[in-house]
Design a protein around this ligand. Structure first.
Ligand code: IVH
Length: 697
């Protein structure tokens, strides 16, 4: 019996160690097969001697009986939350506030800071007695949480016994209570959701909900099947641990075998902290976890302690929040919107919610199949996401918040605009309005035309107005609009009418491929349009080409070819093309000499962009500058001609530009440099004055 006990102890120690090497350090020292052999040996011994099973045995991670409910746990010390700021300035203000509260002789300049990622998961509080994991709880209300020990045991990164590495030989303290964040890594989350959907189970709207949902399972076997991870960052209570700084805390937790983030920094000035935070905003997208910000902590724990708390927020730390990429709000209704191909797509009407600096009232629901699969209902609280340039979309419902009054979203039977019955092609999930005269389709077709032809001064609202007033019946009618017609419309004065007509006129100079793209032929976007224009250098060549001719072109498959042939077969489309020809658009590739004669307005100029521009994303602004002959670089130097400044500009670029005397312009001035007007939304922008001259010109 002594031998068995001894062997069991050895096996547990080895397995714990190898588990730690594998899951925490990502550096296994034995093969999976060897690990499995050790594990099976331990399982067999424990099966033969069930009285020797202990809760910290690695065999006890999985399994455990389903529970009726979670018991309540009182935390040894309040689990505090954090004050936050979204602006770098907020960090300085925080320091200014505490500078008055520092003990005699301590100055802000003397402080060191630890900056850690703020991983968006679920706070957990882990109790160890003599190195053995005895209890784990949720944060709850900060005073009392729920006992989720059995679920936490299933997380492979969580040490069941410390120290896990016998070689470090630092003995575990008699008591240690650690705070950490349980989360689901992004790759695991994507894979997990894919599997859920495959099995017809519900997908989670974000990794946070997935982690929280997984830890709130009453059956730990379910939790065990979820790819949860963990990182630890503070000591809530302890006996026999002498630690005075946050940086030491992180190091100590590492030696005890806890998973600790590597993405942490020890910094000594506020400027460094701010620089670090701004750099992180970019780094954020490259990480395998969702971080909603950074936590900045005063390194000296005694100072943190001395600064005390305001409400539930300790003064000694602050969160720097990244711009939000998602928000929760109520889905009030679902409207059907008619696309330029006539496809009806559902659009969410939302209780207005702020997301990344703009108020969102509508969001895409992709398509009716997606709505059904995610079981999104009217009346649901939903998660709305928005990343960079992407149109906001509804990621999914929060099922737990339903009260039974929610109603399903149904596919419309009639076009919401023209009232004609819809048609569902056999092999498609989408439904279509097939009425060629449907004004909704016309609006979409013209909007697409306007965007593809880069008629910058003509916004969507104006296009809709032209259609509603019967001024245009197809895109070609834009070129025969008269000043008198436009002047009659609300909001148009002499000058704006003149600008608009000039912008339309200027679009006649757009190359053939853009016209081809603007036609809105199914499957013909800008890339395919350029390919086609290279091989069929005029519209007549293209109209005469057979499906086979097109398929012979690299990059043109049967689906595209069939769609192009079908398009030109229709009399309505041939008429449109004749009208465009009469209007003087380029329906053939330009000769090289012609192209070279045109000098682009930004040729030879170098730009740097900083901050968020009012209507253009970084990518769109870069494309805009390049399209007009300019160059965009990432940092300011003496070669920079202009710094384009948006909201919350980066400190370094701004300062450098100031130092070097590089002229700074805003988006409106950038547009003015190329003589482009602005979209309608921009007209609301007070900063924009017509005809304003760019600095330095
Ligand atoms: S420190 C007194 N550090 O963010 C210190 N919190 O309100 C208070 N979080 O849900 C928290 N990563 O669980 C701290 N590195 C980190 C964190 C972190 C994520 C969570 C925390 C809480 C919220 C803060």
């Amino acid at each position: 019996m002594k031998d068995v006990e001894q062997r069991i102890r050895e096996l547990r120690e080895q397995i714990n160690y190898h588990n730690y090497r594998y899951h925490v350090l990502n550096a296994p020292v034995i093969s999976d097969a060897e690990y499995d052999r050790l594990f099976r040996e331990l399982q067999a011994l424990e099966e033969a001697h069930p009285e020797l099973i202990t809760p910290d045995s690695p065999t006890q991670r999985v399994g455990g009986e389903p529970q009726e409910k979670f018991e309540k746990v009182r935390h040894p010390a309040p689990i505090l939350s954090l004050a936050s700021t979204t602006e770098p300035e907020g960090i300085r203000e925080w320091l200014a506030r505490i500078s008055k509260l520092l003990p005699e002789g301590v100055r802000v300049e003397d402080l060191d800071f630890v900056v850690e990622p703020k991983i968006d998961g679920l706070t957990v509080v882990l109790h160890y007695v003599d190195g053995v994991f005895v209890q784990g709880a949720t944060r709850g209300n900060g005073e009392v949480g729920e006992d989720i020990t059995a679920n936490l045991r299933t997380i492979k990164k969580l040490p069941l016994r410390i120290p896990t590495d016998p070689q470090t030989a630092v003995p575990a303290p008699p008591r240690l209570v650690v705070r950490g964040e349980a989360y689901m890594p992004l790759d695991a989350f994507a894979e997990f959701n894919r599997r859920q959907e495959e099995m017809g189970e519900k997908a989670f709207a974000n990794p946070r909900n997935a982690a929280a949902g997984s830890l709130r399972q009453l059956d730990p076997n379910i939790t065990a099947s979820r790819p949860l991870s963990l990182w630890c960052y503070s000591i809530v209570a302890s006996e026999g641990v002498e630690i005075t700084t946050q940086w030491e805390t992180l190091a100590y937790l590492r030696t005890m075998g806890f998973p600790v983030s590597e993405d942490v920094a020890l910094l000594s000035t506020v400027d460094e902290v701010i620089e670090h935070c701004l750099a992180w905003v970019k780094k954020r997208d490259t990480l395998n976890y969702e971080a909603d910000g950074l936590v900045i902590k005063i390194n000296d724990l005694r100072l943190q302690e001395a600064l005390g708390v305001v409400g539930k927020d300790p003064r000694g730390a602050i969160a720097f929040k990244f711009p939000a990429r998602e928000a929760t709000t109520r889905l009030l209704d679902a409207e059907a919107s008619v696309g330029r191909t006539g496809a009806l797509t559902p659009v969410a009407v939302l209780e207005p919610v702020e997301l990344g600096g703009v108020t969102i009232k509508h969001a895409s629901l992709h398509n009716y199949e997606d709505v059904a699969r995610k079981d999104i209902r009217i009346g649901d609280m939903v998660i709305v996401k928005r990343a960079g340039d992407v149109i906001p979309y509804v990621a999914g419902p929060i099922v737990d918040l339903r009260d039974g009054s929610e109603r399903p979203i149904t596919m419309p039977e009639r076009c919401p605009v023209c009232g004609e019955p819809v048609v569902q092609p056999e092999d498609e999930v989408a439904v279509y309005c097939v009425n060629a005269a449907c004004p909704a389709q016309l609006k979409r077709r013209v909007r697409h035309f306007v965007a593809a032809m880069e008629i910058d001064g003509l916004g969507e609202r104006t296009v809709d107005l032209f259609v509603d007033k019967g001024l245009i019946h197809d895109a070609a009618d834009l070129y025969t609009l008269h000043a008198e017609d436009i002047l009659e419309l609300e909001g148009f004065a002499e000058k704006s009418t003149e600008n608009l007509l000039a912008a339309i006129e200027a679009s006649k100079k757009q190359p053939f491929w853009r016209v081809l793209n603007a036609l809105g032929i199914r499957y013909v976007g800008s890339v395919v349009a350029q390919t086609l224009a290279r091989h069929f250098p005029s519209i007549d060549d293209l109209m005469q080409a057979t499906q086979e001719d097109m398929e012979n072109v690299e990059g043109i498959g049967p689906r595209i070819a069939a769609s192009v042939v079908d398009y030109f077969r229709r009399p309505r489309h041939r008429e449109l093309i004749e009208k465009l020809r009469r209007a003087g658009l380029r329906l053939a590739e330009e000769r090289r000499e012609e192209a070279e004669e045109r000098v682009l307005p930004l040729a030879g100029k170098t730009f740097v962009i900083t901050g968020t521009l009012p209507t253009m994303s970084r990518e769109a602004a870069t494309a805009f500058i390049e399209r007009h002959g300019g160059k965009v670089t990432s940092s300011v130097s003496s070669k920079t001609d202009y710094l384009v400044v948006g909201e919350s500009p980066g400190g370094t670029k701004y300062r450098k530009a100031q130092q070097l005397g590089v002229p700074m312009i805003d988006e409106a001035q950038l547009r003015a440099m190329v003589g482009a007007g602005v979209g309608e939304q921009d007209q609301d922008n007070e900063n924009w004055t017509q005809g304003q001259l760019p600095l330095g010109l």
